[in-house]
Design a protein around this ligand. Structure first.
Ligand SMILES: C[S@@+](CC[C@H](N)C(=O)[O-])C[C@H]1O[C@@H](n2cnc3c(N)ncnc32)[C@H](O)[C@@H]1O
Length: 270
């Protein structure tokens, strides 16, 4: 069986019950124009001065730390948390065995059972848009942060991937996905305003590194990672035609260029 199809067949119904969909999404960034890796760039922007305790909310499979493991400050104690057991297991698997400074916990970011005023750094990357009640999650972050601590939150631009959406719409509308829907309540364009109601925003650093791709499989895998089970069925039954269609687009224009733009906000107590 085609290995892309095989991977797609292993997707869970729920986005985050295990890491399969997340990994299928992340692989597209191997095709970024510049070798400036997102997780390394985020790490460059974290200020570890005077940081003893770190909490990551919605850590996913722990990739931020795995990618930067050789420069994690030795004295920092880091709790990686996510509300999905599957993700916490994946993060533990990626880091736990070798790295004594990490702890792993299943925690809902809206109800964090940890001591107030105990973290100098809190990270919430590409996850706040999943949370409807900003009031709850922001009040947790505010309580958990120390007075001079900083939180960091990244999110996507609403312009992300629009070229890919245009291409898919020419083939079959039932394979369309609405990338703005998921991120509408917290994105690059509205994030600072939303945060400013609760925090003092110190920085908003923008990362742009477009995807330039000439291969069909990584594109299909990426799209599939965003699909509902119903859309996956449409994809699987039209797989050969869809592949040929994407190949013909690439042949015609030489390469597919896709906007990839994110922001990292740094903020502290008001
Ligand atoms: C797009 S992934 C980002 C993962 C990781 N932060 C990264 O940047 O690669 C979003 C993650 O947020 C988690 N998540 C969603 N809602 C959550 C909540 N209420 N509390 C904690 N984690 C949550 C999901 O399980 C998932 O692992």
């Amino acid at each position: 069986m085609d290995s892309t199809l095989e991977r797609i067949r292993q997707f869970s119904t729920n986005q985050y019950s295990n890491e399969n969909r997340l990994n299928a999404r992340i692989q597209i960034y191997d095709f970024c124009e510049r070798k400036n890796n997102w997780h390394e760039w985020v790490f460059d922007n974290l200020d570890f001065d005077n940081v003893a305790r770190v909490l990551e909310l919605g850590c996913g499979n722990g990739i931020l730390w795995k990618k930067n493991i050789h420069r994690v400050p030795e004295n920092a104690r880091i709790i990686l948390s996510d509300n999905s057991q599957g993700m916490v297991d994946a993060a533990r698997e990626a880091l736990g065995r070798h790295h004594h400074q990490f702890e792993f916990e299943v925690i809902d970011a809206c109800q964090v059972p940890l001591k107030d005023n105990s973290f100098q750094m809190i990270i919430a990357n590409h996850m706040l848009y999943h949370i409807e009640s900003k009031q709850k999650v922001f009040s947790e972050i505010d309580s958990l942060l120390t007075g001079n601590g900083f939180a960091y939150a990244s999110t996507l631009s609403t312009r992300n991937l629009y070229e890919l959406i245009d291409i898919v719409s020419e083939f079959n509308n039932s394979l369309l996905f609405d990338n703005t829907q998921t991120i509408q309540n917290f994105n690059l364009e509205n994030g600072e305003n939303i945060l400013s109601d609760y925090f003092r925003v110190a920085n908003s650093d923008i990362y742009q590194n477009d995807i330039v791709i000439k291969k069909t499989e990584p594109l299909i895998l990426y799209l599939a990672s965003c699909y509902s089970m119903e859309q996956l069925n449409v994809l699987v039954s039209n797989y050969i035609d869809f592949s040929s269609y994407l190949e013909s687009v690439i042949k015609k224009i030489g390469e597919i260029r896709i906007t990839n733009k994110s922001v990292l906000f740094k903020f502290g107590k008001k």
